[in-house]
Design a protein. Structure first.
Length: 364
């Protein structure tokens, strides 16, 4: 009997509905090929939810996500919601989803597609073969630590405060996700901290080092964050999997992403405790400048669906088939406008989806 999965789809705003439609079609085709049955239920988030229900994350949306095996999200936001009060902005939908599902680990692969090397701002020999996974802690650290705020000092001057704090439990749980990810990849994990200056980082390093005893097959190294930033630009191929805290991960995952040169190609996964629901989404935003124009690149969304299959549903073969189909269309020279180069075939979002499905069908 076919394995059955309930998937919550959250198309969100801007190009979200266009790219989500492609990802759902791709999943339906892969489902037929591998005897997997997907039940998709769509819900509102972000600006679309504000317009329809007056809030960025309606309770029904969170409930649907909690009752699904995985959440496939597109993107939220747009200029029409930028001037709303902070608690009603579309981003609150994302933050609420992360908090509501306890998504403490964010996995962001930065993999260079050989066909798109010239889109990178770095030299070919530096970026060729780059395949990095950044695991970022997502619900702790300086973004959430207390005390935080802008306070009056005794001298009547203001003082801004944030607190970087991690508990052993928080470090251990994201550390385990990273060791497991490294295990599924090339078996190398680099932990990034600032242990020469920050006590919170000393605890981070001690805890990760201790955890390594449970993963003798993974080779662990440590780097200070300033050196890690330099090494990412100098020789990114030295990295396999990186694990780091919220602030350092925010910055390093964007830097790693830019090595690949194309934001329309980058997926991500946010995971919670084992056995709970993960959220899979492209790194890019809702691209309001091209929304509704059939110009969006659907590949980051489709690759997010592949991550969902691999990390959320434990269906690595299905994930691999999708990733291979992406390689096939790129090999054929099919490109959306954001990754276009001379001599290639310019396709819109829907045509790129059709090309993918054709590739999937041919390689089955
Ligand atoms: P963006 O990622 O939406 O767009 C940046 C540029 O990249 C634009 O020129 C856009 O056209 C292009 N682009 C992005 N994705 C593309 C795709 N799939 N295919 C082709 N081109 C693509 O970032 P932005 O312009 O800074 O933000 C737009 C809105 O998205 C804002 O409201 C922002 O808050 C929101 N946003 C949401 C998320 C999210 O949902 N996770 C992330 C970032 C930004």
């Amino acid at each position: 009997m076919a394995q059955h999965y309930r998937i919550a789809t959250l198309p969100g705003d801007g190009i979200g509905p266009e790219i989500m439609a492609i990802a759902v079609e791709v999943l339906q085709v892969i489902g037929q090929q591998l005897d997997l049955s997907f039940e998709f239920k769509s819900a509102l988030i972000g600006g679309a939810a504000i317009d329809a229900m007056g809030e960025p994350l309606p309770a029904d949306t969170l409930e649907l996500c909690r009752n699904s095996e995985a959440v496939l999200l597109a993107a939220i936001g747009g200029p029409q919601w930028d001037n709303l009060p902070a608690h009603l902005r579309p981003e609150q939908g994302l933050l609420g989803l992360r908090a509501g599902l306890d998504l403490f680990a964010n996995l962001r692969p930065a993999k260079i597609f050989p066909q798109l090397i010239d889109a990178s701002s770095l030299k070919r020999d530096v970026v060729e073969g780059v395949d990095i996974m950044v695991v970022r802690e997502l619900t702790g650290g300086i973004y959430f630590g207390q005390p935080k705020g802008i306070f009056e000092t005794e001298l009547g001057k203001k003082r801004g405060v944030n607190t970087m704090a991690y508990t052993e439990v928080e470090i251990e749980r994201v550390g385990r996700v990273a060791f497991e990810a490294a295990r599924q990849r090339r078996g190398k994990l680099c932990s990034v901290d600032k242990a020469n200056v920050l006590e919170v980082s000393q605890l981070w390093r001690d805890q990760i080092t201790q955890l390594a005893q449970d993963y003798p097959d993974v080779e662990l190294s440590h780097l200070y964050v300033d050196n890690a930033a330099m090494q990412l630009l100098r020789w990114p191929k030295q990295f396999d999997t990186i694990v780091t805290g919220n602030l350092f991960g925010d910055i390093l995952s964007d830097a790693a992403a830019m090595l690949t040169g194309s934001i329309g190609m980058l997926p991500s996964a946010s995971l919670g405790p084992e056995g709970t629901v993960g959220v899979f989404e492209p790194v890019h935003g809702s691209a309001p400048d091209i929304a509704g124009a059939d110009k969006a690149n659907p590949l980051a969304q489709v690759l997010s669906a592949a991550m969902m299959l691999r990390y959320g549903l434990n269906q690595p073969e299905a994930a691999e088939r999708i990733e291979q189909a992406v390689q096939v269309v790129l090999d054929r020279g099919d490109r959306t406008a954001d990754i276009m180069s001379p001599g290639m075939n310019l396709l819109g979002c829907r045509a790129m989806g059709e090309a993918l499905i054709q590739a999937l069908t041919e390689t089955a």
